[in-house]
Design a binder for this molecule. Sequence first.
Ligand SMILES: [Zn+2]
Length: 96
Amino acid sequence: MWAAANTPEANAKKGRKGEHHPNWAVIGSKSLSSHGYVKVKTESGWEYEHRVVTGALPGEDVHHRDEDKINNNPINLERLSPSEHAQLHRQKQLER
Ligand SMILES: [Zn+2]
């Protein structure tokens, strides 16, 4: 249910207006970023879904606990400072 099923391409095929505008998408539409993250269309534009879900502030990082970038279930996400986040990933590296 967190997959990018509701992409702009999929919406365009439904024949709604605005389909010729590349950036057009209904609010709540989802798209996969080039980095493998889910982006969601909000009233202020395209945002990373994991940031919208957690309400992350500018300067905060969001960590995916299971390291699955598209699993944006709130229980999989954790807001961290960039330094906490980097440390957490260093610890994970050492565990391998
Ligand atoms: Zn992380």
